[in-house]
Design a binder for this molecule. Structure first.
Ligand code: NAD
Ligand code: ZN
Length: 339
């Protein structure tokens, strides 16, 4: 079968002919229909220091996908050939304390599809049946293809009560854009989004942000004054940029709550005085809740959440280089590829 493989320990990704995955007990083989390119795939493409530490060359990458059940392994119940599914990209151990308590998103033994095991940028992918998420007929495949990052946005945005609150989102990447939409959808008052990329800020505004701020040429503190608020009640950090995080700490209201999704560089300096003297709550966010986040995402789309506004490009997989170039340039929301 055809697959995008991280063959060489250098920048790039290569389309190759590879053997079909073999499924074991409790696994399902999926015929992939559509995939989406994640920031993580771009890290692997660029072969940054994280990828060099994490990825073994020869790996089929990719974890954002939708497809149809093609083969069912021994022990699997509840699925039939042809069912349309997406899947949770984190494979958990199932036997640690957190897994057994129903907190699988906190499993310390998590491995990643397309990171630690062969992924979905391929004609077929093998996944544990317990990771599958059935997609209702009303949801088009090009949206189901990126439920994984939609789930990051949803897990983060739904961590704290947003009803009537003033919300700051730093970073208008695909996840920040979707989070802006969710914040508005669930009833936040002001939804302010920052970035340094005007194209992406426009997407955030289209999705539901009530105010967008290019911090390269506008001060967030001035925007807070202009809005006649004392500061933000809830912050969603979705840039991974230390300056953005410090902007957030400076503009939070006392007692505010911050959900941290963006991956800050190690050793990033933060102003602890702001955290302590304002009595802020900081909550790290990883992945998605299994499977409560998936449930909420599905229901939000079925009740009118405009997820399609985050989808800016649909391409054929043979055109994958263009997809990675768009991601690298930040000239896109979600990029979905047809297989
Ligand atoms: P992305 O890189 O596409 O978006 C980040 C955005 O931040 C970019 O648009 C960039 O222009 C913007 N930015 C840069 N400097 C800024 C500043 N000073 N102020 C405001 N914005 C600034 O990333 P994404 O795919 O949307 O993901 C968002 C973040 O979440 C990334 O850091 C990613 O690594 C991380 N992530 C975490 C998890 C998790 O489970 N914790 C999962 C997926 C992604
Ligand atoms: Zn576990």
């Amino acid at each position: 079968m055809k697959a995008l493989v991280k063959r060489h320990p250098s920048r790039g990704i290569w389309m190759e002919e590879v053997p079909m995955p073999v499924i074991g007990p409790n696994e399902v083989l999926i015929k992939v229909e559509k995939t989406a390119i994640c920031g993580t795939d771009l890290h692997i493409y660029n072969w940054d220091s994280w990828s060099q530490r994490t990825i073994r060359p020869g790996l089929v990458i990719g974890h954002e996908f939708v497809g149809r059940v093609a083969e069912i392994g021994p022990g699997v119940v509840g699925y039939a050939i042809g069912d349309r599914v997406s899947a949770e990209g984190h494979v958990v151990c199932g036997h640690c304390r957190n897994c057994r308590a129903g907190r699988q998103h906190l499993c310390p033994n998590t491995t990643g599809i397309g990171v630690n095991r062969d992924g979905a940028f391929a004609e077929y992918v093998a996944v544990p049946a317990s990771n599958l998420w059935p997609i209702p007929d009303q949801i088009p495949s090009e949206l189901a293809a990126f439920f994984d990052p939609y789930g990051n946005a949803a897990h983060c945005a739904l961590e704290f009560d947003l009803v009537g609150e003033d919300v700051l989102i730093t970073g208008a990447g695909p996840i920040g854009i979707i989070a802006a939409g969710i914040a508005k959808h669930v009833g936040a008052r002001n939804v302010v989004v920052t970035d340094i990329n005007d194209y992406r800020l426009k997407l955030a505004a289209d999705m539901g942000a009530t105010r967008v701020v290019n911090v390269a040429n506008q001060s967030l503190t001035e925007v807070v004054k202009d809005l006649h608020i004392d500061g933000f009640d809830v912050g969603l950090e979705m840039s991974g940029n230390p300056r953005a995080f410090n902007d957030m700490l400076s503009t939070m209201y006392h007692g505010g709550k911050i959900a941290l999704l963006g991956i800050l560089p190690s050793g990033a300096g933060i102003d602890w005085d702001k955290v302590i003297f304002k009595g802020l709550t900081l909550q790290g966010i990883y992945g998605r809740k299994m499977y409560e986040t998936w449930y909420k995402m599905t229901q939000m789309v079925l009740t009118g959440f405009p997820l399609q506004k985050a989808l800016t490009h649909q391409i054929q997989i043979d055109d994958f280089q263009r997809g990675f170039d768009l991601m690298d340039a930040g000239a896109c929301g979600k990029v979905v590829c047809s297989w």
